[in-house]
Design a protein around this ligand. Structure first.
Ligand code: ATP
Ligand code: MG
Length: 389
């Protein structure tokens, strides 16, 4: 009773697909499920189940194993490939070893044996509903952490921007002062005045657009596609002066160029992507500066390599900052792991980067010591309309 009430509460916003070839059994399961779930659909075999799955949203799929056309394990394998987070429950009269092994391989979440014990089925569904609820909460917390980490990214950006602004502001100051010198020397004619005004206006326009870039950096822009090259260009433009003044050179190269690089698109929030690249660049800068404590005039180097393939793009960022001690390499993605004993180092850069690239964008993020430093490899799928299927 308690379980049924709990299930009613937890499943009221969830959708479920029941796939079973025995009509009577299917209908009675569906009748039972309808007492608890927001939406219940059914299918007669694996293939029909998969078609329904692809054109609807289901949180849980409850399926028989042996069915015509496509069996339940094949169906769940395909579903888990598309959405690893969805719950898959197997319903079967067979508990043979070979099925169980395959079920483990397919990452089936639960296994209910026939004849069905209603209480056991309710308890299993409740467990799936609770897992989904927990995941949703984690997802929410992840969003909050990413959002909060923007504040620390903002202070990094402000520091970088202050370098970016210093030189052009000096140029405007020189230009204005030159007017007074020109006047005193009797050389202030219209041509000179126009030239100085045009110069200063151009600089002011650039400063203004970099301010817009900076502002847009903190506005969430999800669900849109973006071009990774433009995103990196925009980000690097803001911080290149700060890196230059730290004697760090940033270079780009492109491999396997398949198509016009301006047309490549990735699905996701461009600003979150920039936040990842910023975290990686900041880490490289920190590492290079650490090397400098030993080797005074050490030249810093950061290389971007873009590897374009049919349906994905790889962004490789290599530095010469000495790399990561292999003993801690598997801990650097942990939250709050840092080797720096400085107040503003929170140990969140790579944790957030991993969360954004792997969990939110469905990509890969790998680290490897190579050459004189660290090699960061980001792999992202091109947006659906982009990949050649
Ligand atoms: N490019 C790199 N070269 C050498 N070590 C690195 C590099 N990137 C990361 N690390 C190591 O990984 C640790 C974790 O990096 P992470 O970005 O998560 O945190 P952090 O840089 O210490 O702090 P925060 O990013 O919050 O300011 C760093 O403290 C550093 O030891
Ligand atoms: Mg960092």
């Amino acid at each position: 009773m308690n379980i049924l009430k709990k299930l009613q509460e937890k499943a009221k916003d969830l959708t479920i697909l029941c796939v079973e070839d025995e009509q009577d059994l299917r209908e009675s399961i569906v009748m039972f499920l309808k007492k608890f779930f927001k939406k219940v659909d059914s299918a007669e075999d694996g293939l029909q189940g998969l078609e329904k799955y692809k054109s609807n949203h289901y949180d849980i799929v409850l399926t028989d194993i042996q069915m015509p056309k496509m069996d339940g394990l094949e169906l769940l394998k395909e579903i888990k490939r598309i959405h690893p987070d969805r719950q898959g429950i197997i319903l079967s009269a067979f508990d043979h070893k070979e099925y169980l092994l395959k079920a483990i391989e397919v990452k089936v979440d639960h296994y209910i044996t026939k004849p069905i014990d209603i209480n056991l089925m309710a308890a299993t569904l409740l467990s799936s509903a609770e897992t989904l609820e927990l995941r949703a909460e984690l997802e929410q917390q992840r969003e909050i952490i990413i959002h909060q980490s923007r504040t620390s990214a903002m202070s990094d950006m402000l520091l970088y921007i202050s370098h970016h602004w210093r030189q052009p502001l000096n140029a405007v100051a020189v230009s204005i002062q030159s007017l007074s010198f020109a006047y005193e020397l009797g050389k202030l004619n219209k041509e000179y005045l126009d030239k100085q005004i045009a110069n200063s206006m151009e600089i002011i326009q650039n400063l203004s657009s970099s301010l817009d870039q900076f502002r847009s950096f903190f506005v969430a822009d999800s669900q849109k596609n973006f071009n990774p090259f433009t995103a990196i260009d925009e980000l690097v433009a803001l911080l290149i002066d700060a890196f230059k003044s730290d004697e760090i050179d940033i270079k780009y190269s492109m491999k396997n160029k398949n198509e016009d690089k301006n047309k490549i698109e990735i699905k996701g929030d461009v600003n979150e992507f920039k936040q990842v690249v910023l975290a990686i660049l900041s880490n490289s800068k920190d590492a290079i500066n650490s090397v400098r404590k030993e080797k005074k005039n050490y030249k810093g180097r950061i290389n971007f390599t873009f590897i374009d393939s049919d349906d994905s793009i790889e962004i490789v960022i290599e530095d010469n900052g000495g790399g990561i001690n292999p003993e801690i390499l598997n801990r650097v993605f942990d939250p709050f792991f840092t080797t720096y004993n400085i107040a503003n180092k929170k140990g969140l850069g790579l944790y957030i980067a991993n969360m954004i690239i792997c969990k939110k964008m469905g990509g890969e993020l790998k680290l490897k010591n190579e050459g004189k430093g660290l090699k960061v490899d980001i792999k992202l799928s091109k947006a659906a309309s982009q990949s050649k299927q």
